[in-house]
Design a protein around this ligand. Sequence first.
Ligand SMILES: [Zn+2]
Length: 206
Amino acid sequence: MFTGEEKAVIAVALTMEKPWDWKPGGTEEATLVAAKVKIRDLHRARHGDRCCYCRFPLHGGGHFIVDPEHVLPKSLDSYRPLAYTVWNLGIACKRCNMQYKRAKIDFVIDAVTAAAFQDSANYRLIHPNFDLYKEHISINMEMNDDATLIKYTKRPGSEKGLYTYDYFNLQEREVGTFDAAQGLDVPGDLEKGALEAQELARQFGQ
Ligand SMILES: [Zn+2]
């Protein structure tokens, strides 16, 4: 999918300390940006313009809400060579990427053996490229005048569905959107609200 020039400049970028954020300026940088846009557009199309972890619509969102997502984080030395590898990339919302996933690798079962990295079974979460989200979590989304309502239904028997729901605190997405829909102020501290809701759900055996 990359042109010869793009491949060449990516190869150089991969020798840098921060390959994804390398800014050489001039034509090299323009070529690198073109390659990044290709990667982003491919994943936007593949995921119907939604976050690969919470499926929230990213449609029309510029770089302020859409993050290129490196599944195996680019900030860790061992995964730096995968910074431009398409199967390790996706698009995510800032919430999932920055608040929950960050540079953690606790969702990887074998975090060392390169041969395992392209195997869905090596990931506890729903992988943007090796798994089909709907096989693990079904989503019902409805928009009304004031809000976008989301309901996540974990597929029975899917461990990845359970894991992803918890890992990205998807209940918060439901709570936050339903609160907004009911005309209540969405609390600034959404995480706290979601934790309280989880605790209530636990107490009432939900
Ligand atoms: Zn998300």
